[in-house]
Design a protein around this ligand. Structure first.
Ligand code: AN7
Length: 353
C-alpha cells in the first residue's frame, strides 16, 4: 500500500481484479502532465504535454503493468516471476518482486542494457541472467523456460501487464477532460501502444472521454520491424530500451495504429539525441533516449504530412534520464571546467565565456 492510491486502487473498477487480488502498490501512477514551455509553442500546438512516466517508483511506465501482474501472480500463489528485458521491465519486476517476497529472475541481453537499469535489478536483489544474444533471443528463451521453472511470466504477453498500463490513458483523459487529438510514444515490444489504445477505447465507452486520439508510434530507424513490415535480425540503436527486432505485441500495435487513424514511423538515432537534448535544455526534462523518440517523432510529423498546429498533443516520456547516465555523458558534450576552490579563480574562469 501507499498513502496515495496506486493504479490498482485508483482504477479497481476498470481492472480484472477480484476480492482475492491484493491491492499492492509502490505508489505508481498519477504521473505529472507537464505543459511544454517552448517546443509546443514553436510548433504552434494548442497545447503540448509531456507525461512524465519517469516519475514512477522504478523510473519508468513499466510499474503500471507490473503492479497488476505481480498482484495476480500473488493471487495465484506463485513464488517466482521471470521476464526478458531491455532493462526497465526487469527493474520493475525486481522491485515489486522484492517487496512482495517473490523470487525474480530477469534475462537481459548481455552488455546491452543501460547502467541505471542494471544497477536497479542488482539493488533489488533479482537473479540476473545475462543472455549471450539480443533482447529477442532473451524473449524467446523466457517463453521456452517459463513452465519448466514454474514461474509467472511478467512480460507484456501477460495480459495483466497491458491491463495495468492502460491506466495511463485514464489519467490523461481525467487530466484533460477528454482525449487529446494525438498522442506520441516510442514503440519497442509494442505493449504500451496496445495498452493505451485499449485504455482510450474503454474511457470512451465508459463516458470518461468523448473522443479518441490518433496514436503516433515511433520506432528507432535501426530497430523498426513494424515500419518495415518484417523482423529485424540485428536491431541497432542508441535507444537500448527499444532495440527490439520482433515485438511481442506487433499485431495489436498495428490495430491500434489503424483503428486510431494514426501511424507508426521511424526516427534516426541523431533525431532521438537531438530531441533528448532539446527536452533537457528547452524544457528541463531529462528522459531516457527511447522516451525522446516520441518527441523526435512529433518533430517529424510535419514532414509526414500531419498538421500539429492548433492541436492538443501528449508525448509519453516513458523513462527517466537517470536510467542511462552513459548516454548523457557521451552525448551532452559538456566539458567539465576544473577550478581552484576560491573566489578569484571562479570569477576569472566564468569571465572567459
Ligand atoms: C523507456 O523493459 O521492452 O513498446 O524490456 O523501456 O511497450 O515495449 C522496454 C520498453 C519505451 C517501449 N520506452 O515500450 C523492456 C522493454 C522505454 C522502454 C519502451 C520501453 P513497449
Amino acid at each position: 500500500m501507499s498513502v496515495r492510491p496506486g493504479v490498482i486502487e485508483r482504477y479497481r473498477e476498470f481492472l480484472p481484479i477480484t476480492e482475492k487480488t491484493p491491492l499492492i502498490s509502490l505508489g505508481e501512477g498519477s504521473t505529472p502532465m507537464v505543459l511544454s514551455e517552448n517546443i509546443g509553442p514553436r510548433l504552434g500546438c494548442k497545447a503540448l504535454y509531456f507525461k512524465l512516466e519517469g516519475c514512477n517508483p522504478t523510473g519508468s511506465f513499466k510499474d503500471r503493468g507490473m503492479v497488476l501482474a505481480v498482484a495476480k501472480a500473488l493471487e495465484a500463489g506463485k513464488r517466482r516471476i521471470v521476464c526478458a528485458s531491455t532493462g526497465n521491465t526487469s527493474a520493475a519486476a525486481a522491485a515489486y518482486g522484492a517487496r512482495y517476497g517473490l523470487e525474480t529472475i530477469v534475462l537481459v541481453p548481455s552488455g546491452e542494457i543501460a547502467l541505471g537499469k542494471l544497477a536497479q535489478a542488482m539493488a533489488y536483489g533479482a537473479r540476473i541472467l545475462a543472455v549471450n544474444g539480443s533482447f529477442d533471443d532473451a524473449m524467446t528463451t523466457v517463453i521456452d523456460i517459463v513452465d519448466a521453472i514454474d514461474a509467472e511470466l511478467v512480460n507484456s504477453v501477460n495480459k495483466y501487464r497491458i491491463e495495468g498500463q492502460k491506466t495511463g490513458a485514464f489519467e490523461i483523459v481525467e487530466d484533460l477532460g477528454d482525449a487529446p487529438d494525438m498522442m506520441c510514444l516510442p514503440v519497442g515490444n509494442a505493449g504500451n501502444i496496445t495498452a493505451y489504445w485499449k485504455g482510450y477505447k474503454e474511457a470512451q465507452t465508459r463516458g470518461m472521454a468523448r473522443s479518441l486520439p490518433r496514436l503516433m508510434g515511433f520506432q528507432a530507424a535501426g530497430a523498426a520491424p513494424i515500419v518495415l513490415g518484417k523482423r529485424v535480425a540485428h536491431p541497432e540503436t542508441i535507444a537500448t530500451a527499444i532495440r527490439i527486432g520482433n515485438p511481442a505485441s506487433w499485431k495489436t500495435a498495428v490495430e491500434a495504429r489503424d483503428e486510431s487513424g494514426g501511424l507508426i514511423d521511424k526516427v534516426e538515432d541523431r533525431e532521438i539525441i537531438d530531441a533528448y537534448l532539446m527536452l533537457a535544455r528547452d524544457e528541463g526534462i531529462f528522459c531516457e533516449p527511447a522516451s525522446a523518440a516520441s518527441v523526435a517523432g512529433l518533430l517529424r510529423l510535419g514532414e509526414l504530412g500531419v498538421d500539429v498546429a492548433g492541436k492538443t498533443i501528449v508525448c509519453i516520456l516513458t523513462g527517466n534520464g537517470l536510467k542511462d547516465p552513459g548516454t548523457a555523458e557521451k552525448r551532452a558534450l559538456v566539458e567539465l571546467e576544473y577550478v581552484e576552490p576560491d573566489l578569484e579563480s571562479v570569477v576569472n574562469l566564468l569571465k572567459k565565456h
